[in-house]
Design a protein around this ligand. Structure first.
Ligand SMILES: CC(C)(COP(=O)(O)OP(=O)(O)OC[C@H]1O[C@@H](n2cnc3c(N)ncnc32)[C@H](O)[C@@H]1OP(=O)(O)O)[C@@H](O)C(=O)NCCC(=O)NCCS
Length: 227
């Protein structure tokens, strides 16, 4: 247990350049407090003391802003940075050396029963505000960009960004179907462009037939429409 405790503190120093002293980590890092509370709650959950486990989890949530369901299975050296707003669901499994930033949800879609939360591989980084929803796997060494909404399996060694989340890098190489954030289509502009083209075509047709294309009020005749 003491070894585990030391490992938790070391993990903070490895991941957070802002950490200054062990004292500071032990007394002020809410991510570490949430993990300690979760170990206690998970132990009770495994012994089927569900309500007490849940009470501990809720007290921890009140103190840290991090909600980890007592049923969630968490590997070694998890680092939750800042932590506020993190939610980790009951059937979630997290591998070793994972980093989770504030506002991350590892949740369900509401459509699945049984195993309904994601399985996170080893050495995964999940950026602030990211939502990973459903019972699929996020592969080892993958990065989930901040604010991504991931709804499908992520292979190993990938970077996923956007909503819905798309793989933009795999094994360090850019992936073809990446989301081009600078080229998002604008449907209003597309409609205006097509209307402009249609007006130009009509004007040309009127010109070709020798009819004026600017019509003063009161000059409308059926001829103008006879094109
Ligand atoms: C995704 C992330 C982990 C970087 O992973 P990476 O594999 O090094 O990816 P890159 O930086 O090479 O980015 C790949 C592409 O995705 C884009 N991208 C990166 N993060 C993104 C995000 N969160 N949302 C949208 N696009 C993103 C990059 O602009 C780049 O696009 P480009 O190829 O057009 O230049 C990082 O951007 C991230 O989001 N980290 C989370 C950090 C965080 O939450 N910090 C909180 C501190 S309090």
């Amino acid at each position: 247990m003491l070894r585990q405790f030391r490992s938790d503190v070391r993990t903070v120093f490895e991941n957070d350049p802002a950490a200054r002293s062990r004292f500071e980590v032990v007394f002020t890092y809410s991510g570490v407090h949430a993990i300690w509370a979760h170990r206690l709650a998970h132990g009770l959950y495994k012994r089927r003391w569900f309500t007490l486990a849940r009470v501990i989890s809720q007290i921890s949530r009140f103190m840290t802003g991090i909600e980890i369901h007592p049923g969630a299975r968490i590997g070694q050296r998890l680092f939750i940075d800042h932590g506020m707003g993190v939610v980790i669901g009951e059937t979630c499994e997290i591998g070793d050396d994972v980093v989770i930033y504030q506002g991350v949800t590892l949740g369900g879609t509401g459509k699945e029963k049984g195993k309904r939360h994601p399985t996170i591989g080893n050495n995964v980084v999940i950026g602030s505000g990211a939502k990973v929803l459903g019972s699929f796997t996020v592969g080892d060494n993958s990065n989930i960009g901040s604010n991504a909404v991931v709804l499908r399996e992520v292979p190993d060694n990938c970077t996923v960004v956007g909503n819905p989340g798309r793989v933009v890098k795999r094994n360090g190489e850019r992936v073809g179907d990446r989301l081009d954030h600078k080229q998002l289509p604008d449907p209003v502009i597309e409609i205006l462009k097509s209307m402009k083209k249609e007006i130009e075509d009509l004007k040309k047709e009127l010109r070709d037939k020798g009819k004026p294309n600017t019509i003063e009020e009161g000059e409308w005749t059926d001829d103008h429409f006879d094109i």
